[in-house]
Design a protein. Structure first.
Lengths: 287, 344
């Protein structure tokens, strides 16, 4: 039983990170209908920036996280302005290829600057908490609490503020949003900024218990895609629930089935679900 | 100017290209250059495969590199672990990638656009993880060495570069001829209709699923056979062959050359290969240039080199045509469109 709870806790940690990354992806998809393959690269850049601020500049962990978030938010907005905006009327295959181009570029730049070796990011929270036999490293607790507070803040922002509602409005109905005078450019830039920020913060939270290397975004982004297909592309609660499903499936599957193949679990789940139900689990219809 | 353009678009150009390819080993500076050219031909075959499903049929398949790796691994496993000769193993790599492509196709092609691209990205990753982790079958991350070269039955020694070069050239020509036959046939037209619009194609009575699966299987067979040839020439492979970077390389070749055109895959592969070779040290960081190039291409030149050339030439011919009389104009544009079709 203890082992099960322990794995469930690990699943919660993984799931909250996946959820954060998938949230950004699903927000961008909701607004522009672009599957942003470059999102994983933004996640990776976020990890490197916070590594740089923390290790090379020697600043506080929280400042590093904030710096990475802001930097990647700007980077993400730049991608929107320079790449996705000019391509908004192009056939759908083009923006996918352009997103791949951004991904390749960012990875190559990071690899040139930092090299391809694996780095370990230190954390100020090295303590270990114990609850009646359950072991919980402080960093994991921080991930869970941090991720869920950010999700809560995002929820409040989207539901309670005017600017947040414009994002929801545009995701729900593009033409309708234009009719009531919502500025599409502003909303798109804002969405990309939020998505970039979430990816970078997710990466900074996760980096101390994982490793930092140029290809670190690959697995995460592909799992994030699995999540938003499961949860319905463009759906915000879907991204969080989907993230948790994949997180738990991986932690428990890795423990009870096979740890060698634990990275396969998400993809096999996707293949099985889409084979049975090509529209995804919670979607109203594939567009 | 026009004369040059006409020459480039004329059937004679193909003869010139073929003649150049045939005498290339004689004029190449070193054996290494011939080897590079042979490898580029192998990649070009894979690019032609992607062109069928993505260029003609309009479905962005991101597992293409994975199918290439599967073809290579089929040859490697059969020759090294099971003692098969190269040629039966090579045929098996085509058959296996067709069967696997069919299975993936019937599931993935029910999905549209983004879903299809994401699904195939995941399939590509599953292939990579399996090749990397399934040690009993694939030797894991160590890779497989000592793959059997194609046997020449005592006549030709394919372990040498020049005979292998001609072997690969033979398969490349075969691949191009087959693609050109497909693209001018009813099946090719059907693929184009699907690319333009699923709904339109369906309303014309086209069986979407059957044709998409056909295009997908064709493309995976191309990728698998290219992979088989690759295993035969390099004779060492590892799970890195299935990395998604190779799929992106293939997409770059296709996009630079011209997506959906007949000569685009060849032009793109040659251009990028020799460009990369020109700056050797640059190969590791090629993506710093390729990445922005992909972005700029899709924004400013989405038809690639060949596609842009054909459009430019078509416009020129069209703008000249009104100067002549009505009667000849009709005939003229008919021949020019026929020409364009022949060369497209």
């Amino acid at each position: 039983m203890d082992a099960f709870l322990q794995q469930a806790l690990n699943g919660l940690t993984l799931g909250s990170i996946y959820g954060l990354v998938a949230l950004g992806l699903t927000l961008v998809y909701g607004i522009l209908h672009v599957p942003n393959f470059a999102h994983g690269a933004l996640y990776m850049v976020g990890a490197y920036i916070s590594y740089y601020v923390m290790v090379d500049l020697g600043l506080n962990y929280w400042i590093a996280m904030l710096g990475a978030g802001l930097f990647v938010a700007v980077l993400s907005v730049l991608c929107e302005r320079l790449v996705f905006h000019p391509l908004r009327h192009a056939p759908p295959i083009h923006d996918k290829i352009a997103a791949i181009g951004i991904l390749l570029f960012l990875e190559a730049v990071v690899q040139m600057h930092w090299g391809s070796d694996f780095r370990r990011m230190p954390t100020p929270y090295t303590g270990i908490l114990e609850f009646g036999g359950l072991v919980l490293p402080a960093q994991r607790l921080l991930i869970i609490v941090g991720a869920f507070s950010i999700m809560g803040a995002l929820h409040l922002y989207l539901k309670k503020t005017m600017t947040g509602s414009t994002i929801i409005a545009m995701a729900q109905n593009r033409e309708g949003a234009f009719l009531v005078g919502i500025d599409a450019n502003r909303v798109a830039m804002m969405t990309f900024a939020i998505a970039g920020f979430l990816a970078a913060v997710g990466a900074s939270l996760f980096a101390p218990i994982n490793l930092v290397y140029p290809a670190m975004g690959h697995l995460v982004i592909m799992k994030a895609f699995v999540i938003i297909i499961l949860g319905g592309m463009g759906s915000i609660p879907g991204a969080i629930v989907g993230g948790l499903i994949i997180g738990f499936a991986e932690a428990l599957g890795g423990y009870y089935v096979s740890s060698t193949y634990k990275d396969l679990i998400a993809f096999v789940l996707l293949v099985v679900i889409l084979s049975i139900k090509p529209t995804g689990l919670f979607t109203k219809g594939v567009r | 100017m026009d004369r040059i353009a006409n020459f480039f678009a004329s059937p004679a150009m193909k003869v010139v290209l073929l003649a150049f390819a045939l005498i290339f080993p004689l004029i190449a500076g070193s054996e290494y250059q011939i080897y590079v050219m042979a490898l580029a031909f192998i990649w070009a075959i894979a690019v032609y495969g992607l062109n069928i499903i993505t260029g003609f049929c309009g479905q962005l398949n991101l597992a293409h590199g994975g199918f290439f790796a599967i073809g290579a691994y089929v040859v490697a496993i059969l020759t090294v672990d099971h003692g098969w000769a190269f040629w039966p193993a090579f045929v098996a790599s085509g058959v296996f990638s067709a069967v696997f492509g069919f299975l993936v196709g019937i599931v993935s092609l029910r999905l549209k656009e983004h879903y299809f691209a994401i699904f195939t990205l995941c399939v590509g990753f599953i292939i990579y993880l399996l090749l990397d982790k399934w040690e009993a079958l694939t030797h894991g991350s160590l890779g497989i060495i000592n793959i059997a070269p194609p046997e020449g039955f005592g006549l030709i020694d394919f372990t040498r570069t020049i005979p292998f070069y001609y072997l690969v050239l033979f398969f490349l020509v075969l691949a191009i001829v087959l693609v050109s036959r497909i693209s001018s046939s009813l099946v090719g037209r059907t693929f184009l209709a699907i690319r333009i619009s699923d709904d339109l194609a369906q309303s014309l009575g086209i069986n979407l699923m059957r044709n998409k699966v056909l295009a997908f299987v064709l493309s995976t067979v191309y990728a698998g056979l290219a992979g088989g040839l690759y295993a035969g020439v390099v004779r060492f492979i590892g799970p890195a062959e299935a990395e998604v970077v190779h799929t992106f390389d293939i997409i770059t070749y296709l996009l630079v050359g011209g997506i959906g055109t007949l000569m685009g895959p060849l032009v793109g592969t040659m251009m990028i290969t020799w460009l990369t070779q020109a700056v050797q040290s640059f190969e590791e960081y090629r993506m710093i240039v390729f990445g922005p190039m992909l972005v700029l291409l899709v924004i400013f030149m989405p038809k690639g080199v060949v596609g842009t050339f054909l459009t430019w030439r078509g416009r020129r011919l069209a703008s000249k045509a009104p100067a002549k009389e009505g009667q000849t104009r009709v005939g003229d544009s008919a021949t020019s469109s026929k020409e364009a079709r022949d060369n497209a």
